[in-house]
Design a protein around this ligand. Structure first.
Ligand SMILES: *Cc1c(COP(=O)(O)O)cnc(C)c1O
Length: 382
């Protein structure tokens, strides 16, 4: 059998070879390896220049000013900084945070930690299509609400929230709006001004850049203050200390340039692949779509397979790299909290798999996956 088919782009993407090539220029003695905070020599200035050029590249993709980009180790850290940093810095103005139950764990667990610090959190329930409505948010807003955090694209379902409408409700209630856009870059258009975004988390490795780097967009506004979580040399205007990883940052910058240039072509191709996959599924019995495809990015498809167990199906599909929506503890398998909260019955949630496609997915990959699915389902249901 040839190498496995990779259909787990929502977990991480491979680094684009063009990105890897750029990154390799910032590592060795011959390259631009110096500390970008070194002010006393030319190599340091050159490294700083590389960082600042990438800052502009990332800012350009989202319509921001480069001074509004704070480098972090990923979207997880950006989410932590946005929620904890903002709630702690604004305690005097209010102590209420609104988010949803189907956010990524980086937001859910941060909000839970804030609850233990005494922050009051309202957990919005999504509709059955995986979206949070502006009406639900409006009903949750209070006098003391200072922050609303709702994701742009859900990582398990691929569903897209109406960020602009949600931001408008947050602002009308006097709160700041944060969105986790880790799954959104390259999938939907992002424009911080048009969409009313005040804080936005970004990740390198969900968009063909390297792992271990991300950014928080922080709107330039004297009223928008964050308390740092990582203290040190005062890098990133005091919001996030630590020597900047030039190679990671340059890689994320190049990845975002490519996304900006090619995402329309990528998305058109991926939509055609997704539709080929959906057409092929028509021949299979008992397949349910957990993803509401009318409101989703084309690269993520969450499906339930009646009458089988997700773990067994995953095992039978061992040549296809996929995710289940469940969390395995040593003792038991719990269905995904996202599927549970959009109302997927436990039996089907435990029989669900997430298929996610990307830039390097081919028609042959889709056909091989369909064939493997046909084979596995027949075997397991017999
Ligand atoms: C992957 C992901 C994250 C975490 O990003 P890292 O850069 O891996 O820390 C956060 N939110 C969403 C929606 C994601 O998909």
């Amino acid at each position: 059998m040839s190498a496995s088919v990779y259909l787990d782009y929502a977990a991480t993407t491979p680094v684009d070879p063009r990105v890897a090539e750029v990154m390799s220029r910032y590592l060795t003695l011959e390259g631009t390896f110096a500390n970008p905070a070194s002010r006393s020599h030319m190599p340091g200035w050159q490294a700083e220049q590389a960082v600042e050029s990438a800052r502009r590249q990332v800012a350009d993709l989202i319509g921001a000013d480069p001074r509004e980009i704070v480098w972090t180790s990923g979207a997880t850290e950006a989410d932590n900084l946005a929620l904890t940093g903002y709630m702690r810095a604004n305690r005097a103005r209010g102590n209420h945070l609104v988010t949803s139950t189907i956010e990524h764990k980086a937001v859910v667990d941060t909000a839970r930690a804030l609850e233990r610090e005494g922050v009051e959190v309202t957990w919005l329930a999504p509709e059955s299509d995986g979206r949070v409505t502006p009406e639900a948010l409006r009903a949750a807003m209070r006098e003391d609400t200072v922050l609303v955090s709702l994701m742009a694209v859900n990582n398990e379902l691929g569903t897209i929230n109406d960020i602009a409408a949600l931001a408008e409700v947050a602002h009308a209630g006097g709160a700041v709006f944060h969105t986790d856009a880790a799954q959104a870059t390259g999938r939907i258009a992002l424009d911080v001004a048009a969409q009313g975004i005040d804080l936005m988390s970004l990740s390198g490795h969900k968009a063909y850049g390297p792992k271990g780097v991300g950014a928080l967009y922080v709107k330039r506004d004297p009223d928008l203050r964050l308390e740092a979580l990582i203290h040190g040399g005062g890098h990133e205007r005091g919001m996030r200390s630590g020597t900047l990883p030039t190679h990671q940052i340059a890689g994320m910058g190049e990845a975002f340039v490519i996304v900006g240039r090619e995402h329309e072509d990528d998305q058109a191709r991926i939509t055609a692949l997704r539709d080929r996959f959906l057409a092929g599924l028509e021949g299979l019995e008992g397949v349910h779509r957990n993803t509401a495809t009318a409101h989703s990015v084309p690269n993520i498809l969450n499906l339930a397979f009646e009458g089988v167990d997700g773990e067994s199906l995953l095992m039978a599909l061992r040549d296809i790299a996929l995710s289940t929506g469940s969390a395995c503890n040593s003792a038991s398998v719990e269905p995904s909290y996202v599927l549970k909260d959009i109302g997927v019955p436990r039996r089907l949630a435990l029989a669900s798999l997430r298929f996610s496609f990307g830039r390097f997915t081919t028609e042959a990959d889709i056909d091989r996956t369909l064939e493997a699915l046909r084979h596995a389902l027949t075997g397991l249901r017999r």
